[in-house]
Design a protein around this ligand. Structure first.
Ligand SMILES: *Cc1c(COP(=O)(O)O)cnc(C)c1O
Length: 456
């Protein structure tokens, strides 16, 4: 069973100014009905999406450099995902895996057990959201170790639930007004090369020393888990300096701490390897996936050492929708899409094209401090090149220039001064080049007219 929608043209097209009149009307209705607690990057309403294009209700075709925040890596209308979900939808939508079973849950677990790094026996638990995966990893680590404390890092993002807010670093907008938070969460330095005070070459050694110090101050033997993103997402697409992740792995092993790698944003092919931790050859005891795992349906997973995953009492893990059958079917479609290696190669090709377009701006402007990332997880940080004073207003103005021209980019970073690129891995060459050109020109324009840019 397939639908008869024709493929969307893979070209940018502005039928109206953005937002168009239909989007503007729908947005005004939204404001009347929906909490104002949700922010909005670009107030346009989407009618359809396909590969690199989001088509809105006014007939505008936008270049998608967001993938719904790293979710629709295989495309938002991927044929394998659609076929699997449609087939499942015909049979049943839900049983609750804790009540009666279905095979796709096991199949998703088997794929993750096989493909995640680590040559040891594994088990997997499925949930719905990334935050739930993080929370459950902490539950599992506590149950397995009999310890309580959790170590996280500067600039970390792990979610918006109570425990994961405590684990997230950035105050505004994620934590402001929402405390008190669960205790027993401690923060250690992250080896972020650009802003390391004594220079990038010292970042790994000094950050690892800082981690040891934090652990020592709070009794290393009472830490259950150390949780780290292999490339930080919301924190600004910070790639830890080389040797940091392997150093953490050694520290965790030495102190009997469960090493949890949060691959929720960086994993599932985004960086040109199935898992970003593979680039550093580092193996977690538990690895967390979500976002791109099921191509847009809500699914998350904790995968890891069988003896940890099975240390929880039976009945201790679960959730009504955990590993929902439609989401499991979608994940099986995603795995199929990744099977021949093309999408991983695409991610690497996207990096080459984007670096060629953006790296000249390091010397060609006074505002680009760094172009960084891996594969199709890339970012441009805006800061004064001499002082590294962050330029968040400029980043926002550049993002707005892109949006006005029909290129959807997202801003992130602890200082809000980073534009990140997360195109679907199925974006075509021409569309990618077009979107990058709009971004590069917007950066050059902002560099020439910084005052006008800040006013926007
Ligand atoms: C998005 C994200 C989460 C939280 O996932 P939700 O599905 O939004 O709960 C956790 N960790 C990282 C690294 C993320 O990017």
């Amino acid at each position: 069973m397939t639908t008869s929608l024709s493929p969307l043209p893979q070209s940018r097209h502005l039928a109206t100014a953005l937002p168009g009149p239909k989007s503007a009307l729908l947005h005004s209705q939204r404001v009347e009905q929906v909490t104002s607690g949700f922010g909005i990057t670009l107030p346009v309403f989407i009618d359809r999406a396909d590969r690199g294009i989001l088509q809105d209700v006014d007939g505008n075709r936008l270049v998608d450099f967001a993938s719904g925040i790293a979710v629709t890596s295989v495309g938002a209308a991927n044929p394998q995902v659609r076929a699997r979900v449609a087939e499942q939808l015909e049979r049943f939508t839900h049983t609750c895996f804790m009540v009666t079973e279905y095979e796709s849950f096991t199949e998703v677990a088997a794929w993750l057990n096989k493909h995640t790094p680590g040559d040891f026996e594994k088990r997997t638990a499925l949930f719905s959201t990334g935050s739930e995966a993080v929370e459950n990893a902490v539950k599992i680590a506590r149950a397995a170790t009999g310890r309580q404390k959790v170590l996280v890092f500067d600039d970390a993002y792990h979610g918006r639930t109570m425990l994961t807010m405590a684990m997230t670093a950035k105050e505004n907008p994620y934590k402001k007004n929402f405390g008190p938070f669960p205790t027993d969460v401690y923060r250690a330095p992250m080896a972020a090369p650009l802003r390391w005070s004594t220079g990038a070459h010292n970042a790994t050694a000094e950050a690892l020393a800082g981690v040891e110090q934090t652990l020592a101050e709070h009794d290393a033997e009472n830490f259950a888990a150390m949780v780290i993103e292999p490339i930080q997402g919301e924190g600004g697409f910070i790639v830890p300096s080389s040797g940091f992740l392997t150093g953490l792995r050694q520290i965790a092993t030495r102190h009997g701490i469960v090493f949890v790698i949060d691959e929720i944003q960086a994993g599932m092919g985004r960086t040109g390897a199935l898992f970003a931790s593979e680039h550093e050859g580092v193996v977690g005891d538990l690895i967390l996936t979500a976002k791109a795992l099921a191509g847009g349906l809500p699914l998350s997973a904790v995968t890891g050492r069988a003896e940890l995953m099975n240390a929880v009492h039976t009945g201790g893990l679960g959730g009504t929708y955990a590993g929902n059958p439609l989401a499991c079917a979608a994940a099986l479609g995603v795995f199929e899409a990744f099977a021949d290696g093309t999408l991983l190669a695409n991610a690497r090709a996207i990096e080459a094209t984007a670096r060629a377009a953006l790296e000249p701006l390091l010397t060609g402007t006074a505002i680009v401090a760094e172009v960084r990332g891996r594969g199709a997880m890339l970012a441009v940080e805006f800061a004064d090149q001499d002082t590294l004073e962050p330029l968040p207003d400029l980043a926002k103005a550049i993002a707005q220039r892109c949006h006005e021209q029909g290129v959807l980019v997202l801003v992130c970073g602890t200082y809000g001064n980073v534009i990140r690129l997360l195109p679907p891995l199925v974006i075509g060459e021409e569309l990618l080049a077009d979107g990058l050109q709009v971004l590069a020109e917007s950066i050059l324009a902002a560099d020439r007219e910084p005052v006008a840019a800040v006013v926007v």
